[in-house]
Structure formats: C-alpha cells, structure tokens
Design a protein. Sequence first.
Length: 415
Amino acid sequence: MLFRRNSCDLIKMVKLSKFGGEFLLLALRINKHIKGYVDFYFGPENLKQLVENESITSPKKLLNDSNALIKQLGTQSFNKQREHYINKLLIAMKTSTEILNGADISFGDRFLRTYDVPLQSFDESELYDLKEEFNIAYEGSGSLGGRLSKLREQRKIPKSDVFVLFNKALKIVKNRTKELFPNLLPEKEQIKIELIGNRNNYKAKWSYYERYLGNYMSRIEVNPNYNMYWSSLLDAAAHEGYPGHHTEFAVKEYCLYFKMSQFEHSILLINSPTLIISEGIANTALNTLFSYRNQAEISLKEFCSNTHEEVPLNTLIKQYSVKRKLEQFSYNLAYHALLDKWSEEKLTRYATGFEIFSKEDINNRMKLLKDPLHSTTSFSYFLGSKLILNKFSEFPSVKNFINLLTKPILPSDLF
C-alpha cells in the first residue's frame, strides 16, 4: 500500500454529490444544537461557512432532513457495503434529532441506534476479580488504595518535563509504526503538541485529547496538571498519535476521502458508530506495536528518572497487563449511572470501594457522566476494545490493524 501523495494534489479529485452535501450539512446543523457533536470536519469549507452564517435549524426540520436522506440513500448507486455504513450513520443522526424533538426512547434503544452495538448486562464479580489482580500486581504492605496513592506520587511527571517526555514518546511510537507499517503514513503528516491547563474546572478533564485538523495534521492537547505519569506516556502517545487516533484519521483522509471521494469520512460525529471503532483502535494501538515486556522496558529506560526506586521488571509487566482491564470499570460505572440511575453518592461509594482510583479521578468521572454529549461515550472505550480483542486477540496483527485503519468498519461488523 502506498499513500505517498500530498493532499494538495488531491483536493480537486474530491467530488461531492448533492446527497453528500446534504449529509454533511445535516451533521453540521445538529452540531449547532449539540455543541461538540462534530469532533472534527475537513470537508468543503463553504458548507461549514453556510451553517455558521445561517439561523439555527429547527429540530423538526433536522428530523425531516434525516428521514429524507435515509429514503434517498438507496438511489445513490453506492455499493452495498458503503450504503450500509452510511445508513448506520444516518440512523445515529436521526436518533439525535428525535431526542432533540423530545422523543421518548429507552436508553438501550437509543444507544444501539446511535452506536451500532448493544449495551449488555455485565458481571459485577469481574470487577472484584480485577481488584484482586491489582492487589497481586501492585503488591506491598498496607491497603491497595494506599499503595496506589504512593505509587502515583512516585511516578508523577514534573510539569516542566511533560512536553519533552511526551514528545519523546510520540517519536518512539511513530518510529515503530513506520517500521511495522511501511508507507502507511501520508507525506507531511504532523502532530502539534499544546500544553493546556484546567480551562473549566467544573467540567470533566482529559489528560490528553487529540483534535484532528485535516490535511494530515493533528493537535494533541496535553494537560500537565492531570494524571501525568511516566508509566502511561507510551500508551498515551500510541492512543492519541501513532498508530491510534491521528494515524487512523490521516490515513482515512487519504484513502477514503481524497482518493475515493467518500464524504462521510471528512467528519467525525461523537455520537455515532465511528466513535466505538476509533476508541477501540486507539486503545489497542500500543499492543499492536509492543508486547507488555517491551512496553515496560522502554518506559523504564526512556521515561523513569528514578529506576532504583521502581518495582522489578516482571512486576511492572504485570501492572501493564492488568491496567488494560480498567475500561470494564468505566463501563460498569456508566451503566449504574445512566441505566440504573444511581445517585452520585452511591456511585462514589461504589467507585471508592475498589481502591483503584484516586478521589480526583472519581470526581472527574462523575462530571463526565453528567455531560449530555460525553456521558454515553464512557461506554465506547471498553466496547471498542472488547470488539477488537474478541475479533483479533489482545495483540492485533499488523494485517488486521491495517484493515481497521484503512477501511470503514462498523461495530456490528466485528460481532
């Protein structure tokens, strides 16, 4: 596979049909009602300007427009696979417009129609087994919570070192990505790092957030004030950068948008099936590059400033392995909050009882679950990871990962 061309040579090749334009306009108009609904957009600028300058579209018209596009889809001469993919995106958008119109949709139905994957019942005992696994991996005297609190303080990165160390981590995963996926990355792809503070203390925080800008460029926002540990740098760099979010979006911009004129890949909707696949890709990105032993060895060598204070290598390997299972907790917490309607007090007691998370982290998760846009995305990390793991194993092959990066795949395709 050769993707070596400058996007500037390809812009004229992108053909947008009337149907494609209406699809993108619908998404951009929904975004005026649900701020942040469109995570990124690099389609025709004139459509974006049109929506920005016009009056806000009524929810009723948005619903009518979504229904009209669903009816027109079968007449567009798309192949069956693409038609099926776009249909799932339109169903997600229609669901959002129905909610804007006050429709009474059960949470389970709403989630399935939005994300193309069902919310399944969970085994609570698995989390208590996970706590025991943490007890073994993070061995020592005192309570598990006390041990982890001490370790967080020990592994915390000084704010002054965050930029240099994260940039170093990005270079490591980029080089490994180029080694395993030769000629995958488009020419002139680029990531810019921006250090940010806690801009809105009342909102949920992210340690890292990738914002795709189009033209093969991303900006990764890094918050040096929140959960910055040397032991997590490599995973964060792979998740946000190579071969995670940035790589997926840059490759699909070339392969699917510029090369094949598939307009649906010039936009990412937070509340859509695309998110599940993207988070699954990002969460398994590091395991595609390195074994747990490699991850531990590289992190100790490149990012740990006090190796003499650290646990033995084999213990660190166990810790890297068990941390991968934490997304189950986020899933269960969101399930109790959004389906079981637990009170914040009950949720906090539940979360605190596992002793795995800091009070700051638990409070941040509570804020996330209150966010109308991002509350349901709490399920996406676990569901996306589980789908890929069940389909391709804990360490996806290069061949299987390339398919994820280059092809339009729905969650239901991985069942």
